[in-house]
Design a protein around this ligand. Structure first.
Ligand code: SME
Length: 156
């Protein structure tokens, strides 16, 4: 196991333990955003959640995050977060400027990974968006680590 994979395993255990039994979902998202951003600073430039709006399910609305000001709303299907929500699968984008319809909340972001978050019934609840100022900052270790955390985030 690489150091980074081991760090992800520790973070998963830490996040599960902090959020265990917590019924207020934004507290769960805030905990994950904080611990991930702290663990992987400065590679993680923006770390946070876009949540499916229960009143407007065709849109994502910004949730808890760490980083510079994020756009408030993203239509499902638009940008990297919207594409992840539509496809319900993780997207790794090494150069966001080459991604059709990319939404630039902060022009310093150059690459990103977006991971879907499902609720206990298997419905899409949110996406976890991590942006980096580096190009090609995310790999399969990040995918595996972040997917494992997102899989337990709402059910721990
Ligand atoms: N990069 C995202 C938009 C959200 S922010 O960068 C915080 C996207 O294209 O979906």
């Amino acid at each position: 196991m690489t150091d980074r994979a081991a760090r992800y395993a520790e973070l998963k255990a830490e996040i599960e333990s902090v959020v265990a039994g917590e019924g207020f979902i934004p507290a769960r998202y805030a905990t994950a955003a904080c611990l991930l951003a702290e663990a992987f600073r400065p590679r993680f430039f923006w770390t946070g959640f876009y949540v499916v709006d229960p009143l407007k399910p065709e849109e994502l609305v910004v949730g808890p995050y760490q980083g510079t000001l994020g756009c408030l709303r993203i239509p499902i299907g638009k940008g990297v977060c919207g594409a992840c929500a539509e496809q319900k699968q993780t997207l790794i984008v090494p150069d966001v400027h080459a991604f059709p319809g990319h939404i630039a909340c902060d022009s310093r972001s150059n690459s990103e990974i977006v991971v879907p978050v499902f609720d206990g019934s298997g419905g899409l609840a949110a996406v976890l968006d991590v942006d980096s100022t580096e190009f090609d900052a995310f790999d399969e270790t990040d995918r595996a680590g972040l997917e494992a955390i997102c899989q337990v985030l709402l059910t721990a």
